[in-house]
Design a protein around this ligand. Structure first.
Ligand code: 5GP
Ligand code: ZN
Length: 112
């Protein structure tokens, strides 16, 4: 747990969240400012600042990928977009790694 980290607060339960999935290593909850009919954030319980730091821990990275797949399965998503923002310049605002899982509307490419 990292003091002052919003998502560590959600992991430990001091910050409320609308959880849609949890397992021993990861939790998923609805984004507070959804950008699609389904917009879920999937996070490891352990604090890593971003995807680059997560990648230094291959087991944790693999486990998070499995949690994303489990969330998609449990929510019945066949088509979904997964986004990891890495760095403030591209929009990362919470520095506890999280996968955005977005679905339920047509999406364009390239993203904005
Ligand atoms: P980032 O901008 O770091 O890629 O994504 C952070 C996401 O966290 C944003 O989409 C934002 O809406 C969401 N968020 C920020 N604060 C909260 C919160 O307190 N609860 C939930 N559920 N989502 C949050
Ligand atoms: Zn954290």
């Amino acid at each position: 747990m990292v003091e002052g980290c919003l998502f560590c607060g959600i992991v430990e339960g001091s910050v409320p969240a609308d959880k849609v999935y949890e397992d021993a290593d990861a939790i998923a909850f609805t984004d507070i400012n959804p950008q699609a009919p389904t917009h879920v954030l999937v996070i490891p319980r352990t604090h890593y600042v971003d995807l680059v730091e997560l990648a230094e821990h291959p087991t944790a990275a693999s486990t998070l990928a499995q949690a994303i797949a489990a969330v998609a399965r449990e929510l019945g998503l066949s088509d979904f977009r997964t986004v990891f923002n890495t760095g403030a310049e591209v929009g990362q605002s919470v520095f506890h790694v999280h996968a955005h899982v977005l679905a339920g509307r047509p999406m364009t490419w390239p993203p904005g």
